[in-house]
Write a protein that binds this ligand. Structure first.
Ligand SMILES: *Cc1c(COP(=O)(O)O)cnc(C)c1O
Length: 395
């Protein structure tokens, strides 16, 4: 699981890293659909189980197709080790179980994926761990929330759906000053646009379900970091608890990674073009995308990400009725909460992804009734505009 091919650029790693062709000479990576592996002798079996000899044992924790995916993603993120998991949520659970124990505490951004906050508030306490939540961009609030037993700071940047950008370098310094680790969910940018480990973060988690796949086909996840914490501690959870990625899904994600750099550039270009167009529509009050000069963390985003990413949101005049009218009138965009697909998706956060929040919480975190999120896909921008324009003109 150690990174090789150090001199290669990102796109080359995305296409090549991790595949050591078998004796069959296959060009595309093989899918090893086998639960277990055969040993040459009793002594070899004993040596593998004891860890004295490298090699496959059982696909809960050693599968060659999954290993190619792990090596490739580790190489893209610039990490020593990667552990692939059955889903993004399994990655976050494995991270917490691997690096924390009863009595430990974590500080999380308030603007994280909804199920992540459920995991932190409902299920971590069952293991004796606790979590507190702070506004993503308020560095002083992060510092105030850190306690002697705090082990981990956890965030997503840009945030969903308002695309707020956190200063990864500053938060990594804060974490290290207090003896904590910084974990970044890099789902929205992917390593094609942002590499948190290079900015000082200790760990990266992914929902591979989103842009890494890129075509909405499979559910999967990963944790990336150093050889000790990820290669030993998180791997130990995978081996023992078994939230493993299937070899078939690993192969689909490998095919996704091969086009990642191209796709992320195209998603970002499309989203920025659509954001600028939305800014010119009279029915639109405000547009949120890190590539817009008006974005509050524009300079930070320019420094930290190589492009703005594929997610934007905007607020229409007329609140929820107007937002729903626009969503219901689309013929091209899919009404779904998923994101990171070639197909553009449109969502009303206040009544779906953020529906569990109280009215006060929604107001405090900017989830206005008129807010709409679009995860911009790879259709032509003019077709997305043509889909939205007639209804926008009548709001
Ligand atoms: C989807 C998502 C997750 C959870 O991933 P699953 O693969 O659905 O389990 C975690 N974080 C972010 C930012 C996500 O968008």
């Amino acid at each position: 699981m150690t990174t090789t091919d150090d001199e290669w650029g990102l796109a080359t790693r995305a296409v090549r890293t991790g595949h050591h062709r078998s004796a069959e000479g296959e060009h595309s990576e093989p899918i090893y659909t086998t639960s277990s592996f055969v040993f040459g002798s009793a002594a070899e079996a004993a040596a593998r189980f004891a860890g004295d000899e490298a090699g496959n044992i059982y696909s809960r924790f050693t599968n060659p197709t999954v290993r190619i995916f792990e090596q490739r993603l580790a190489a893209l993120e610039g990490g020593e080790a990667c552990v692939a998991t059955a889903s993004g949520m399994a990655a976050i659970l494995a991270l917490c179980m691997g690096l924390m124990q009863a009595g430990d505490h974590l500080v999380s951004s308030r603007s994280v994926f909804g199920t992540t906050s459920v995991l932190f508030t409902k299920y971590l306490p069952r293991m004796g761990m606790a979590a507190d939540f702070v506004p993503l961009t308020d560095l002083a609030a992060w510092e105030r929330a850190i306690r002697p037993e705090t082990r981990l700071l956890f965030l997503e940047t840009p945030s969903n759906p308002l695309t707020e950008v956190a200063d990864i370098r500053a938060l990594a310094e804060l974490a290290h000053d207090h003896g904590c680790l910084l974990a970044v969910d890099n789902c929205f940018c992917t390593p094609a646009l942002q590499r948190p480990l290079e900015l000082g973060a200790d760990l990266v988690v992914h929902s591979a379900t989103k842009f890494l796949d890129g075509q909405g086909r499979c559910v999967g996840g990963a944790v990336v970091g150093d050889a000790q914490r990820v290669g030993e501690e998180v791997f130990g959870v995978l081996r023992t608890a078994g939230p493993s990625m299937s070899p078939f899904n690993a192969w689909v994600f490998l095919k996704g990674l091969e086009t990642l750099a191209l796709r992320m550039r195209a998603h970002s270009d499309n989203a920025l073009a659509l954001a600028r167009w939305l800014q010119r529509q009279p029915a639109v009050e405000q547009v949120f995308h890190p590539g817009l000069e008006e974005h509050p963390q524009y300079r930070l985003a320019q420094r930290q990400q190589s492009a703005g990413g594929g997610i934007l949101s905007f607020r229409v005049k007329g609140g929820q009725p107007a937002a729903w009218r626009l969503i219901d009138a689309t013929r091209l965009l899919s009404i779904t909460a998923n994101l990171g697909d070639t197909k553009s998706t449109i969502t009303h956060p206040a009544t779906t992804t953020h529906g569990r929040l109280s009215e006060e919480e929604k107001a405090a975190s900017g989830i206005a009734p008129g807010l709409i999120r679009i995860a911009v896909g790879l259709e032509e921008v003019k077709d997305i505009q043509a889909d939205l324009a007639p209804t926008l003109a009548r709001l």
